[in-house]
Design a protein around this ligand. Structure first.
Ligand code: GLA
Length: 388
């Protein structure tokens, strides 16, 4: 892949100078959905698919961007001076946002660069192609200019740029999973404190299969912000009765006790999901520690039901994908992953059932939805790295 990128870089921007190549992964969340902005736990892992970037510093302040995924856009130009949060439609908002965010944190980018990207994460699939670009950009800035930042800082800067520059009030999960990724491990992260633990994922005799609905998120970002504010309101209502910092602080029993303090039924359901999903995540990690993959799978299934019925972020595409998966012998667990409203599902499937899974779920999905899904058997990979 490095060679392919180098070659394209030279073709687009010209040869010569110090051209460097980097990689940052995408991520999949195994369980703990819509808990990361509710002070709860998440359990994601980095993937071996992600975003590659080739870059060369410039002597002036010009930024030139080129994406091999959006070749029709050609070279897009900008400058490191005057980067402002503004709503623009193209992908360069992500790297620009991170450069802007470094400046906000006292690390001003003074020199321009030529940057060429290639991603093998399907766009808009809910595998965090945007967070991957953010962490990649941060990692490049650190390496090119010697900024003193840890990978955890890169996660926080990426989230800050997405919140403030791109207007999506996302939590910390995606950037953290990507920046801190570790091969064959998932990250058990407490989003309230950022305390985390790596959990080895040894799925003896089973694989992680990602099923992509090919339904783009579209309105997802505004719905995402809506869910977030519903949870904030529900928390404020509970806080009138009892002193808690976040929905993630509550057990199921405590929630049921204070539930009526939330003055709207829809908000009660949203908050219920946040509380129960956090508890499910704790139980799932415990199950995995005890090598109880079956239990882990059941909790994944319950997570989907809650996202479908209480949080209402699935839709017919994700539901079809998951409900068809549940019918297949050898499926240990299956649920939507990421923000929802489209994107992907994650399933744990026994080795011998993978082919049947892809064939049968694929067939049923296409029949019902009218277009095909895509299926990927994925591996858990490391965080960002310089490749050349
Ligand atoms: C998106 C956000 C994350 C998280 C998930 C839902 O991926 O970027 O912060 O909230 O949705 O779990």
């Amino acid at each position: 892949m490095q060679e392919k990128l180098m070659e394209k870089f030279k073709e687009v921007f010209g040869a010569g100078g110090d051209i460097r190549v980097y990689f940052a992964p995408g991520r999949v969340n195994l369980i703990g959905e819509h808990t990361d902005y509710n002070g709860g736990h998440v359990f994601p892992c980095a993937l071996t698919i992600g975003t590659y970037g080739a870059v060369r510093k410039r002597e002036d302040k010009t930024l030139r961007f080129y994406s091999m995924n959006f070749e029709q856009l050609g070279v897009l130009e900008s400058s490191v001076e005057g980067l402002k949060p503004e709503k623009e439609a193209d992908w360069t908002n992500y790297p620009k946002g991170v450069m802007w965010a470094f400046g906000e944190k006292g690390m001003k980018v003074e020199q321009g660069m030529d940057l060429l990207l290639f991603g093998n994460i399907p766009n808009g699939s809910g595998l965090s192609s945007s967070a991957s670009v953010e962490v990649l950009t941060g990692y490049i800035l650190k390496d090119l200019f010697g900024f003193d930042v840890t990978n955890q800082d890169l996660a926080l800067i990426g989230q800050y740029s997405e919140n403030k520059f791109n207007g999506v009030n996302c939590g910390i999960m995606d950037q953290f999973a990507i920046a801190m990724g570790k091969k064959d491990h998932a990250i058990f992260l407490d989003t309230a404190t950022l305390a985390y633990e790596y959990a080895p994922i040894h799925l003896a005799g089973a694989k992680i299969v990602i099923s992509c609905t090919n339904k783009k998120r579209g309105l997802g970002d505004s719905k995402y912000n809506e869910r977030r504010s519903e949870c904030e309101t529900a928390l404020a209502e509970i806080q009138e009765t009892v002193g808690v910092n976040a929905l993630g602080d509550l057990t199921e029993e405590q929630f049921e006790q204070y539930r009526k303090a939330i003055r709207d039924e829809v908000r009660q359901k949203r908050a219920k999901h946040a509380v129960y999903e956090n508890q499910r995540t704790l139980k799932a990690v415990e199950a995995l520690k005890n090598n109880d993959v079956k239990k882990f799978g059941e909790l994944m299934n319950a997570s989907h039901v809650s996202l479908r019925d209480d949080y209402e972020v699935t839709g017919v595409e994700l539901d079809t994908m998951v409900e068809e998966a549940w019918k297949i012998d050898g499926v240990i667990g299956s649920r939507m992953t990421g923000a929802g409203f489209g994107g992907c599902t994650v399933s744990i499937v026994k080795d011998e059932a993978v082919d049947t899974f892809i064939r049968e779920v694929g067939k049923a999905y296409e029949e019902k939805i009218g277009y095909a899904g895509d299926f990927y058997v994925v591996e858990i990979g490391d965080g960002p790295a310089r490749l050349a």
